[in-house]
Design a protein around this ligand. Structure first.
Ligand code: HEM
Ligand SMILES: *[C@@H]1O[C@H](CO)[C@@H](O)[C@H](O)[C@H]1NC(C)=O
Length: 489
């Protein structure tokens, strides 16, 4: 018995010593993987950021890694990222189908769909619907401005003292996406605004943490009752919550008179009929869930970064205010068109997005056929990790790559200019679906609030800490900001 056990041990050791994962020919360089586990042991699975930094420094703008048996390629810098996502988009726009996040999405929604006809139809549908006036009478701009008025009202109440902007921005971003999807909003502090947050946070933590990595690395453990099972339960709970909202919405719906995104989608289901159509109600549930998730956390993290920098760079804030006052003069409110007359404010928003680096590694892509990149061969099914962060601070692409400076987006004449390396929404056919909405939100909220209020770093708050918290999105550490009215109400 003991002899047998020792034999097994020796065998396992031999496997690890001599059998290597066969790297594909001419594959990008990277640390040597071991069978089954890939490079799991070379990474700190709780916070791998430092390890990645080391690898990027050692191997340059394209290197490979093994996540279990799955090869992955990390792209660093604009040249590599652009060549893959834009120039060779047809080969690099898939999504991996064998990870925890893809399994919990059940091949529904849009974010984790492969580069296939269902994805294409749903992407086209959203881009059409989310366009201004795509959803009945109320434009996207009106929806955002309406929510911004509620923000102003609340800030007026807390003016004078310092406040914690975190929940407020989260609620506002959540409301805007609810207005788009369902035409409803909730008062700040309403329990319904918070119902999804703990679930989103928990599932992001699992997917992004050690258990997610273990699930992705070791297919053999996937059926065991380990903590990653909770991810599937969370998605089930959230889908039930969305189903309830959709069903309530249906009771007041008039077919072909859409009030919002969900109505448009239900009309589309009717229009296409049942046969083989990819537009179904269960697809809608996952879609709504993903738009809600993708549209809330990202936008509120960016807003938090914007106000962190505006409170700590009062001169930048003041210059924005001068420009805003001049352009808006007696107008009742800002409009998105005004951005063309506000180069400095535009530059500040873009610089905050660059520094915020909200989605540092984008979402993972996957090659849909054997292809080549930067002289290396990349087989079909390779995980592609575009390092957006590296592009947003790449030397040679920016005047001031490592400091906060709106001049990164201004030319000699003081006009707004967007460098090619500005890709916080990624690039190519998979680029963020909500870019238009997000940019409109950032502009209208910032301009409206700066016109009305002055924001400052509270005296007793100590030194500001600009290091972000690592998660699926990067977000500033919690902070408080002071708010003062600028002009009498
Ligand atoms: C400042 C805010 C935002 C940032 C920085 C951001 C960033 C990103 C990034 C980096 C991706 C990955 C693109 C890729 O795979 O190459 C993405 C995808 C996506 N985003 Fe956003 N996003 C933001 C706001 C939004 C909003 C408001 C919505 C909702 C309307 C949204 C919906 C989506 C969707 C659905 C995808 C997946 C697209 C696909 O797979 O085809 N995002 N976003
Ligand atoms: C991405 O690039 C940034 C900045 O160059 C670096 O700090 C980080 O470690 C890189 N991440 C990966 C996964 O290579």
């Amino acid at each position: 018995m003991l002899g047998f056990f020792i034999l097994v041990c020796i065998f396992v050791c031999l496997v690890f010593l001599f059998i290597r994962i066969q790297r594909p020919k001419n594959f990008p360089p990277g640390p040597r993987p071991v069978p089954i586990f890939g490079n799991l042991f070379q990474l700190n699975i709780v916070n791998p950021l430092k390890d990645f930094e080391r690898l990027a420094q050692r191997y340059g703008n394209i290197y490979s890694l093994y996540i279990g048996g799955t090869p992955a390629v990390v792209l660093t810098g604009l040249k590599a990222v652009k060549e893959a996502l834009v120039i060779k988009a047809a080969d690099f726009s898939g999504r991996p189908q064998n990870l925890l996040v893809s399994h919990t999405a059940e091949r529904k929604g849009i974010v984790f769909l492969d580069y296939d006809p269902v994805w294409r139809e749903h992407r086209r549908f959203s881009l059409m619907t989310l366009r201004n006036f795509g959803m009945g009478k109320q434009s996207m701009e009106d929806r955002i401005l309406g929510e911004t008025e509620h923000l102003v009202a609340l800030l007026e109440k807390s003016a004078g003292g310092p406040m914690d902007p975190q929940t407020l921005f989260h609620d506002a971003a959540s409301n805007i996406i609810y207005l788009v999807l369902f035409g409803v909003r909730y008062d700040y502090g309403d329990e319904r605004l918070k119902q999804f947050i703990p679930l989103f946070t928990e599932s992001a933590k699992i997917a992004n943490g050690p258990w997610g990595m273990i699930y992705d690395t070791l297919p053999v453990v996937r059926n065991l009752p380990l903590p990653f099972k909770r991810s599937f339960t969370i998605v089930r709970i959230m889908k039930q919550m969305v189903a309830k909202m959709v069903n309530e919405h249906k009771t007041t719906r008039v077919p072909e008179e859409p009030r919002d995104f969900v109505d448009c989608y239900l009309d589309e289901i009717d229009k296409r009929g049942d046969d083989d159509s990819s537009f179904t109600e269960s697809q809608l549930l996952m879609y709504v869930l993903e738009l809600h998730f993708a549209g809330t956390e990202t936008t509120s993290s960016t807003l938090l970064t914007v106000f962190l920098y505006l409170t700590t760079y009062p001169d930048v804030q003041e210059r924005c205010q001068q420009e805003i006052d001049e352009v808006l003069e007696g107008n009742a409110h800002a409009s998105f068109e005004d951005r063309h007359k506000m180069p400095y404010t535009q530059a500040v928003i873009h610089e905050c997005q660059r520094i915020a680096n909200t989605v540092p590694l984008s979402l993972f892509h996957c090659t849909s056929r054997d292809t080549e990149l930067m002289g290396y061969s990349i087989p079909k099914g390779t995980l592609i990790i575009p390092n957006l962060s590296s592009v947003l601070s790449e030397e040679g692409q920016w005047k001031f790559p490592h400091e906060f400076n709106p001049a990164n987006f201004l030319n000699e004449q003081g006009r707004f200019e967007k460098p090619e390396a500005f890709i916080p929404f990624s690039a190519g056919p998979r680029m963020c679906l909500g870019e238009g909405l997000a940019r409109m939100e950032l502009f209208l909220i910032l301009v409206t609030l700066l016109r009305r209020f002055q924001f400052f770093w509270p005296e007793d708050a100590g030194e500001p800490d600009f290091t972000p918290v690592y998660g699926i999105t990067l977000t500033p550490k919690p902070y408080r900001m002071g708010v003062r009215l600028r002009q009498p109400a």
